[in-house]
Design a protein around this ligand. Structure first.
Ligand code: HEM
Length: 348
């Protein structure tokens, strides 16, 4: 796949991030129906799906270089956005291997990986052309990389990454590279278990969503990754919407009017995948974030209509939890003229 990157675009300051026509068309629109409620929406992560964004194990797109730069900026301001507990070293190498192998296989023009010798102790060469990196290292020896293996490889990938250790029939959030999260804190959640870190989510616990999801994940098998979509909204195309940086982006929620909603309000979709890791038996949880302004999204007429219907029927508890309450009326007023009332087929 040939990719044309937009290295100068920004996710802060002047917010120059935009989607090309091709990026709009591959957006992972998350609403197959006119209404939305939490569910255990997990399916196999196969090389197909409603748009091209689903088709590779680890997706990269035109925003790759700019997103890696934004991550580096966030880490410079707050190195605590990457944390790994000491017992997670095997999972770090598992993650590095999985990402390097898949990126090199799917994007041969951008990445290459060569190995000499057998697994641990073998000499690897990693080339990342978009970021201008050529790295020789020994797999399993962290001293041969400029930083620990998890940080090293996730600085070169789009999306956030968490690693969950599996023990006592539970999952523990024991590592993360989290610089583009929807308002949750790695520093607060690190070390928590599945039910603990999902504590603040409304309605889903009572519906048994998390109990079923955890049971399913504990049985996740090597080589059979799964995926799900999650969504929220953000004002401006901002990746770093963490609680730590709330003063920088929270007040923007009050700036939305019916006139500016089209360009300011963004749908934020997370294509989340779950991978059993081979040596550590941990679960890797990549959270690939896609941002699209509602103006861009409305260029696909059925998406504009559907978004209006979903938002106008959203349970208030979800609107509140997702932080939409303040600007929802202006957003709905902007979207309303797009809905002609015609029935929409199920699916995106
Ligand atoms: C929200 C982590 C898997 C469903 C969240 C939050 C975190 C998180 C940190 C934010 C909680 C807060 O407000 O502080 C993870 C991790 C997973 C995982 C590390 C890897 C195992 C799942 C799965 C499901 C799920 C498999 C399937 C049902 C949800 C839902 C929300 C949520 C529904 C609320 C999202 C929203 O409304 O924006 N998750 N999660 N999570 N998670 Fe997970």
């Amino acid at each position: 796949m040939s990719l044309v990157f937009k290295p100068e675009e920004t996710f802060r300051g002047d917010y120059s991030y935009r989607n090309s026509d091709a990026a709009i068309l591959r957006f992972p629109f998350p609403f197959p129906e006119d209404r939305y409620m939490y569910s255990v929406n997990i399916e196999p992560h196969v090389r197909s799906g409603p748009t091209d964004a689903f088709c590779r194990p680890f997706d990269i797109d035109e925003h790759y270089i700019a997103e890696c730069r934004d991550r580096a900026l966030t880490l410079e301001l707050d190195p605590g956005r990457c944390q790994v507990l000491p017992h997670m070293m095997a999972a770090q190498w598992d993650t590095l291997e999985l990402l390097m192998e898949n990126l090199a296989a799917d994007y041969p023009e951008q990445f290459s990986l060569t190995k000499e010798g057998d697994v641990f102790g073998s000499r690897w060469t990693w080339i990342n052309r978009p970021l201008g990196i050529e790295q020789h290292f020994i797999f399993g020896d962290p001293d041969t990389l400029p930083c620990e293996p998890f940080e090293y490889i996730t600085r070169q990938a789009q999306g956030d990454f968490a690693i969950c250790d599996q023990r006592e029939d539970n999952l523990y959030l024991d590592a993360g590279m989290i610089t583009s999260q929807a308002d949750w804190s790695l520093a607060f959640n690190v070390g928590m278990n599945f039910m603990e870190w999902h504590g603040p989510v409304p309605l889903a616990h009572q519906a048994g969503v998390f109990e079923r999801a955890l049971k399913y994940l504990l049985m996740l098998r090597l080589g059979q990754p799964v995926r799900r979509l999650n969504w929220t909204m953000s004002i401006n195309p901002r990746l770093d919407t963490s609680p730590e940086s709330y003063p920088e982006w929270g007040p923007d929620r009050a700036s939305v009017t019916v006139e500016n909603a089209g360009g300011k309000v963004h749908l934020r979709v997370e294509l989340q995948t779950l991978w059993r890791l081979p040596r550590s038996n941990a679960i890797l949880f990549p959270i690939r974030c896609f941002l699209i302004s509602i103006e861009e999204l409305a260029r696909v007429p059925k998406w504009g209509k559907r978004l209006y219907r979903v938002l106008s029927s959203l349970p208030p508890e979800l609107a509140e939890y997702k932080g939409l309450t303040r600007y929802l009326p202006a957003t709905l007023a902007w979207l309303a003229p797009l809905d002609d009332g015609a029935q929409l087929a199920t699916g995106i």
